[in-house]
Design a protein around this ligand. Sequence first.
Ligand code: HEC
Ligand code: HEC
Ligand code: HEC
Length: 129
Amino acid sequence: MNDKKIIIAGLLVFIAIILFPFWYGLLKAAPAPELKLTEKAKAAKECVRPTEYMKAEHMQLLDEWRHSVVRNAKRVYVNQSGKEFNISLSNTCLDCHSNKADFCDKCHNYASVDPYCWDCHIDNPKEKK
Ligand code: HEC
Ligand code: HEC
Ligand code: HEC
């Protein structure tokens, strides 16, 4: 009887040690940041494209936007549901997401990306903090 308990206890310790890299990793991984939406974004409810698309593909969309303006002089974007947007990183994206630090930056810091766009584009179009 007692031997059985000791063997089971021993096995449990052994398993815990074998799995150390996994549970240690779980404890250490930083949680994904919580993103704040501005009142304006909350009121709009939707982004330019569906959230899942934006989450994964916003850089491609911005690339498309840049191409459209710089190459084709086309400054209006029409999304899937027929809604029109003025093509502008500062005046459209950062109009709704005017809390860049709590939105774009927070996620970029977490993901260790550092877009260089703000070397030229105004990151604070309304001079708000
Ligand atoms: C009219 C307001 C509005 C504009 C303009 C806008 N967004 Fe959004 N955006 C939102 C809203 C609202 C959400 C959150 C939707 C939700 O909660 O599902 C969002 C979500 C996102 C997300 C996903 C965040 C997450 O939860 O993971 C990204 C990334 C994003 N926007 C980037 C952009 C970029 C880049 C632009 C310009 C190309 C832009 N947005 C323009 C309102 C806007
Ligand atoms: C949910 C997290 C998240 C949010 C919110 C977010 N981004 Fe990003 N962004 C990323 C990730 C992750 C990458 C890197 C993707 C890659 O390398 O493929 C990225 C890349 C980019 C790039 C391309 C950078 C490069 O050097 O290639 C641009 C531009 C960009 N984001 C703009 C924005 C803007 C503007 C906002 C706010 C309106 C925003 N992002 C909000 C996660 C986010
Ligand atoms: C060296 C300066 C410079 C850098 C860096 C830069 N841009 Fe631009 N971008 C411009 C200029 C100049 C225009 C043309 C402005 C116009 O005609 O309205 C432009 C236009 C755009 C446009 C369409 C018009 C607008 O006002 O938004 C988008 C979208 C854009 N760039 C996205 C980006 C993104 C995303 C990045 C970073 C990955 C970036 N740009 C980095 C100079 C730059």
